[in-house]
Design a protein around this ligand. Structure first.
Ligand SMILES: [Zn+2]
Length: 479
């Protein structure tokens, strides 16, 4: 009998504001340690938090993009009490029983189940903690409070995911939506998007099993790998008739390392934050309807529209809608008259490969790509030659026709010249000519290759083929 895997994800996303959530310190990443700090984010006695309105606006925007209704006008900040060196106040300001938004949803492309809607339990605001550096000096831990008070939203999914691969697909889709909505840069190397994952296994239809958690991962590959390890361990445990222990793991080194078990699990003693009044979206002057109207077309809608309007496969449409910039580039190329499928092949091939090697920049202007596509259609250059031209104009912008000319890549379709090359080839292969005429039609490819070689690759293959057919079918003096 098989096992069913159940995964839920908690994702912490840094909102793109210039200053922190409760003080005016900058959120800049990579500044010297402990330079972007003040009494508020250091938790000094008597310092009072002042909410940043832009944090609330971006959080509302994130919630709307993730299908939350945001009907709750008022949410409440709470203190989550625990002791850790990177938390100078001894508590984190977060939201507990009255979060900003409840019940959202995200459509993902599951490798196993196709398109599925994954429920999102809640989205709430909180402040980030500082960052600990262990063993920079052996045996010592250092703390940088620049990150203390950086604004986060925590997005908690329902246990709707059914495999490690689906968890990854959810994270990809979530990151896309947040990037489209421009609420976070989602820079994972800088820790702007961090994931806690929990997993349990059960017999299909049975009640949920005991879940185990892996904390604080900042790469989707790590999440997927950790969940695979966790799933396989749990199945092995249950098949040996042992119980699964309630354990929390870290996956920092690529392996699972147990951090704490049930006995040591925390009681955070949440209570409403006495230094902050409840948060009212309307009283902060945020117009939810206007924010919703200002959202761009989101990835799922764009994917459907690209597939429908341009006759693309679901896969191609999904890759093209991966970022707003890529989809926009594609639509400019098609808008200038390129055939949609041909344009998609170019954008998903040469354009994307080049952009990935150059920090996501599109170095060939869409209009230039369209010119190049037209040159291939008209037989001026071969597809292979066009790829070389693309490489050249990526380095230095120029009209593709000039570049093809300069590199000697323009195909020759002139009847006189083609005839010359074809005559030479047919005269030097009388045996093959005879066999072709006796019915060995596959020799056409051999002649094509020989003529292309004779022309130094410059002959227009379409015309060569038609002239060859004509000459070989005639009883001309080629034998
Ligand atoms: Zn501060």
């Amino acid at each position: 009998m098989s096992w069913e895997t159940v995964v839920g994800l908690e994702v912490h996303v840094q909102l793109k504001t210039r200053s922190k959530i409760f003080c005016a310190c900058p959120t800049t990443f990579g500044d010297p340690p402990n330079t972007n700090v003040c009494p508020v984010c250091l938790g000094l006695p008597g310092a009072l938090p002042v909410p940043n309105r832009e944090v609330l606006r971006l959080a509302v925007r994130a919630a709307l993009a993730l299908g939350f209704a945001v009907e709750r006008d008022t949410s409440v900040f709470a203190r989550k009490n625990y002791f850790y060196p990177d938390l100078p106040k001894g508590y984190q300001i977060t939201q507990f029983d009255r979060p900003l938004a409840l019940l959202g949803s995200l459509e993902i492309l599951s490798p196993e189940r196709g398109r599925v809607a994954i429920g999102i339990t809640r989205l709430h605001l909180e402040e980030d903690a500082g960052k600990s550096f262990h063993d920079r000096v052996p045996g010592m831990t250092a703390v940088d409070f620049n990150r203390s008070g950086v604004p986060l939203v925590e997005i908690v999914s329902e246990p709707d995911l059914r495999s490690p691969a689906e968890a990854r697909a959810y994270l990809v889709a979530l990151k896309q939506v947040l990037e489209y909505a421009e609420v976070s840069d989602c820079n994972m190397e800088e820790g702007s998007l961090r994931v806690d994952a929990n997993l349990s296994v059960r017999r299909p239809g049975a009640a949920l099993g005991t879940k185990q958690e892996v904390k604080n991962m900042n790469s989707f590959a790590t999440v997927e790998r950790a969940l695979i390890l966790l799933r396989d361990r749990q199945i092995a445990t249950l098949e040996s008739n042992a119980p699964v222990a309630l354990t929390t793991f870290s996956a920092a080194t690529g392996e699972l390392r147990a951090m704490r078990t049930k006995e040591e699990s925390h009681d955070y003693r949440y209570f409403p934050e006495p230094d902050l009044t409840p948060v009212s979206v309307s009283q902060a002057g945020i117009d939810v309807v206007a924010e919703r109207n200002r959202l761009p077309e989101l990835p799922a809608a764009k994917r459907l529209r690209l597939a429908r309007d341009y006759g693309l496969s679901d896969y191609d449409a999904a890759v093209l809608s991966g970022t707003r910039a890529l989809a926009e580039y594609y639509e400019v190329v098609v808008g200038s008259g390129a055939q949609p499928k041909v344009a998609a092949n170019w954008v998903l091939g040469s354009v994307l490969a080049d952009a990935n090697e150059h920090q996501g920049r599109f170095r060939v202007l869409p209009a230039r790509l369209h010119e190049l596509i037209r040159m291939v259609e008209q037989g001026t250059v071969s597809h292979q030659a066009a790829k070389r031209v693309f490489g050249e104009i990526a380095e230095q912008d120029a009209p593709p026709a000039n570049v093809a000319q300069r590199l000697g890549l323009v195909q020759i379709g002139d009847a006189g010249q083609l005839d010359g090359w074809i005559t030479t080839v047919l005269q030097s292969h009388p045996g093959e000519v005879r066999r072709y005429r006796q019915g060995e039609a596959k020799l056409l490819a051999f002649f094509m290759g020989a003529v292309m070689k004779e022309s130094g690759g410059r002959a227009d293959p379409k015309r060569v083929q038609s002239v060859l057919r004509e000459r070989l079918s005639g009883q001309a003096a080629d034998r």
